[in-house]
Design a protein around this ligand. Structure first.
Ligand code: SF4
Length: 367
C-alpha cells in the first residue's frame, strides 16, 4: 500500500469531519489544516529512480490518493487535471480515492473519463443516514467502474440496503472514531450494516472499533493500539464464502430468560397455535413435526446467506412457521438479535439442534 498526497489541507464539510485527524495532526505542529497546498509528492506516480524506472510499481499495492485532503475539493481544481494525467499514464497502478464531495465528481473528471477507468476505485463516505441519503443516489448515478462505501466514523445506525441491492457496490468499510473527544460507535450499528451487506453479497470490512465502543449497552474505552486489532479479532468482517464469521465468539442465551424476553415482546407474543394447527400436530405426531422443524432450519436458515433472508419464513401454513416467528428463529437477523448466533456463517449441527429445540419447546408449551 502506498499513500499519495498530491496536496494537503482540507475544509470541514460534514459531521464526520468534526474530529478530522488532518486537523488534529496539523494543530499539534502549529500548522493550519484549512490551507490547501500542493505537496512535494505531487508527481509521485511519475517519479523515477536512478535506473530510470518508476519508483512505484504494481507490487507496491493500492495507491491511496489524497489521504490528507479531499481529491475533489474545489481549492485543487487547477491541479487535478495533472493528477488525472498521471493516473491515466500509470494504468498499471490501482488508485483508491475516498471523498466526501461526490457531488463535485462530474465537474472534476477528465474529458476522456467516459464510463470510468479500470484502475480507479472511488469510495464515497457516509457517516450517518442523512449523508448516506444525500450522497449515495449521486454516487450510484455516476460513471464509475469500481465503487466502495466507507462509514467511518460511523455516527449512528444507517440503512443502505437499497443501495447495496443495486449490485454496484464492491465493498463496505466501517469503523469508529479515534482520538480525543471521539464519538461512540455501537456494535449494534456495525452488526446491522454487516447484515445488510451479507444479504446483498457485498464484502464488509470492520476496520476499527474507535476509541469509544459500545457493546451490549456497555461503553468501552479502547486504546489506539488495540482499535484495529480488536476489530480484526472480533470476526465481524465478512467476505462471502471464506468462513470468517466462524471466528465470532458468542454465547447462546439462557433458555428461560429467552422465553421471558419473548413473552414481553408485543410482536412475538401475539403468535399462537390455532385449533387447526393443534389438530395437524396431533395427526402427524410430534416426531414428524420435529423432523419438519429440522428440515426447515437446515434448508432455510443454515446456509451462510439464505435465499430471501428476512422473508424466508411464511407467517402461516405450518405450526413450525408460527413457532419460528414466536421464538425469533425465523431469519438470520432475528437469530443474531435474539439468540446471538452470528449471521454470515453456515450453522453447525449444534446450532441447528439448538434452534430446533427452541421451536419444539414453544410448540410443546401450546399442547
Ligand atoms: S473531508 Fe476528510 S480530510 Fe477533509 S476535513 Fe473532512 S474528514 Fe478531514
Amino acid at each position: 500500500m502506498v499513500i499519495w498526497n498530491p496536496w494537503h489541507g482540507c475544509k470541514k464539510i460534514s459531521p464526520g469531519c468534526l474530529n478530522c485527524y488532518v486537523y488534529r495532526r496539523d494543530e499539534s505542529i502549529g500548522k493550519d489544516a484549512g490551507i490547501v497546498s500542493k505537496t512535494g509528492d505531487f508527481n509521485l506516480p511519475l517519479k523515477k529512480n536512478r535506473r530510470g524506472e518508476f519508483k512505484l510499481g504494481a507490487s507496491d499495492g493500492v495507491v491511496y490518493t489524497c489521504m490528507t485532503s479531499d481529491f475533489f475539493i474545489d481549492e485543487a481544481d487547477e491541479w487535478r487535471q495533472e493528477c488525472w494525467d498521471m493516473i491515466r499514464c500509470r494504468s498499471d497502478l490501482e488508485f483508491f480515492i475516498i471523498t466526501k464531495r461526490i457531488d463535485r465528481f462530474e465537474r472534476c473528471v477528465p474529458p476522456d473519463w467516459n464510463d470510468g477507468w479500470d484502475n480507479v476505485t472511488i469510495c464515497c463516505t457516509c457517516e450517518n443516514t442523512e449523508r448516506a441519503e444525500y450522497r449515495l443516489p449521486i454516487f450510484l448515478s455516476l460513471p464509475i467502474k469500481h465503487r466502495e462505501i466507507i462509514s467511518e466514523p460511523m455516527l449512528e445506525e444507517i440503512n443502505i440496503k437499497k443501495y447495496l441491492e443495486t449490485g454496484l457496490i464492491e465493498r463496505v468499510t466501517c469503523g469508529g472514531e479515534s482520538g480525543p473527544g471521539a464519538r461512540a460507535c455501537d456494535l449494534k450499528w456495525i452488526k446491522s450494516l454487516r447484515l445488510d451487506c451479507i444479504r446483498c453479497g457485498v464484502p464488509f470490512y470492520f476496520k476499527q472499533t474507535g476509541a469509544v465502543f459500545v457493546k451490549d449497552g456497555k461503553t468501552y474505552h479502547i486504546e489506539r493500539k488495540y482499535q484495529m486489532s480488536q476489530a480484526q479479532k472480533s470476526g465481524y468482517s465478512y467476505s462471502p464464502g471464506t468462513g470468517a464469521a466462524d471466528r465470532i465468539v458468542y454465547r447462546l442465551p439462557d433458555r428461560r430468560a429467552l422465553f421471558e424476553r419473548l413473552a414481553r415482546s408485543a410482536f412475538r407474543s401475539k403468535f399462537c397455535l390455532t385449533r387447526a394447527d393443534k389438530e395437524y400436530i396431533a395427526d402427524k405426531g410430534l416426531e414428524t413435526i420435529e423432523r419438519h422443524a429440522r428440515d426447515f432450519v437446515e434448508s432455510r436458515l443454515a446456509p451462510e446467506n439464505p435465499q430471501n433472508d428476512g422473508e424466508q419464513t411464511p407467517m402461516r401454513g405450518h405450526p413450525v412457521f408460527i413457532a419460528q416467528h414466536a421464538t425469533a428463529c425465523c431469519c438470520r437477523g432475528c437469530l443474531e438479535k435474539w439468540h446471538n448466533i452470528p449471521a454470515g456463517k453456515i450453522l453447525n449441527a449444534n446450532e441447528q439442534n439448538y434452534i430446533t429445540d427452541v421451536i419444539m419447546d414453544w410448540i410443546k408449551n401450546w399442547l
